[in-house]
Design a protein around this ligand. Structure first.
Ligand code: DGY
Length: 328
């Protein structure tokens, strides 16, 4: 009988995924559900044939250098793969896979929720009833936000998630603009009635809402630098459901606090799980809405991500190319 691959899983996955994983492979689960220490990860890559990692694991070149020759596959339970040094893995002959596609709609829903929540003061309003208990009734001038319909949304990164955000925003009567490394197909632009901006700087200066939907790559670190954030209009909002490091968070905080940017909706942070206390103060002041990296957090999405991980591992050990190989 063929030896079953030894799979080490770094975090708890949905029950159904773990059960199937155990049926198919010689599986070692992390029952603590805490991110593994560097030492524990290093020990794992010395015994595993497959490491099932998540966005909370840092699989850098130093860790990969400690892997034993048996490690053949890093199957990430994630869409993004910025937590993995893919080049270092490939150099060691280790295949890397991710789970694209299945969290597109969920992440776009959460982005749209923030696009609505920030200008319409949703969390502030909810807090009056659920925490402060001091609602004195409707008034013509209280809790006024900004209208979303008719505004210009600038999407930074028009991949799968960016396009899904555009579809939603269009239905809300928002004008779609985007910046992307490459212009998308004419048919896509036509369907979304989207305007392409070759210059990110020029787009930033003209939009009412900016949504970050590009991947975190070496080229997108602080893409929204202080200089670029300063180009935004004082009435504009920034929404980020991609990766915290794409935005210079300290600069964003300064600019919102100083009134140069109206506010932000954030699901991701530069130093997760740490959230800058100044951001929390801005949230208390109603300037920002903060979520704890939950863009893809649906039961359906997480099951489908697990299914993709299983498919990738099976394909690999059946001698096929896994469908979601991350290429250099
Ligand atoms: C991913 O998979 O990249 C997400 O950020 C996790 O929700």
């Amino acid at each position: 009988m063929k030896k079953r691959p030894h799979v080490v899983v770094t975090r708890r996955l949905p029950d159904a995924v773990e059960t199937r994983m155990r049926e198919l492979f010689d599986t070692e689960l992390n029952i603590d559900d805490m991110p593994m220490s560097v030492e524990a990860l290093s020990a794992a890559v010395q015994r595993a044939d497959v490491l099932v990692a998540t966005v909370t694991d840092r699989i850098d070149a130093a860790l990969i250098a400690t892997a034993g020759p048996q490690l053949r596959l890093i199957a990430s339970f994630s869409n993004g793969f910025d937590h993995i040094d893919v080049e270092a893995a490939l150099k060691r002959g280790i295949t890397v896979t991710n789970t694209p596609g299945v969290l597109t709609e969920d992440t776009a829903d959460m982005t749209m929720a923030l696009i609505l929540a920030v200008p319409r003061r949703l969390v502030e309003g909810a807090r009056v009833l659920s925490l402060e208990h001091d609602w004195t009734g409707w008034t013509p001038t209280w809790m006024l936000g900004r209208r979303v319909t008719g505004k210009r949304l600038g999407i930074v990164g028009m991949g799968r998630i960016g396009q899904a955000v555009a579809r939603r925003a269009k239905a809300f009567g928002v004008a779609i603009h985007y910046h992307n490394r490459h212009r998308v197909a004419q048919a896509t632009e036509d369907a979304l009635e989207a305007t392409y901006w070759d210059s990110l700087d020029q787009m930033l200066a003209r939009m009412d809402i900016i949504s970050i939907n590009c991947p975190r790559t070496p080229g997108t670190y602080h893409l929204l630098s202080e200089r670029r954030l300063k180009l935004m209009r004082p009435e504009a909002y920034l929404v980020n459901t991609a990766r915290g490091e794409i935005v210079d968070e300290a600069a964003l905080i300064r600019l919102i606090a100083g009134g140069s940017i109206a506010g932000a909706g954030l699901d991701v942070y530069e130093h997760e799980p740490m959230v800058n206390p100044k951001l929390i103060r801005l949230a208390e002041a109603g300037k920002v809405v903060l979520l704890p990296h939950m863009g893809s957090a649906t039961i359906e999405g997480r099951l489908e991500m697990g299914e993709k991980v299983l498919i990738n591992i099976r394909a690999f050990f059946d001698g096929h190319k896994p469908p979601d190989r991350v290429l250099p």
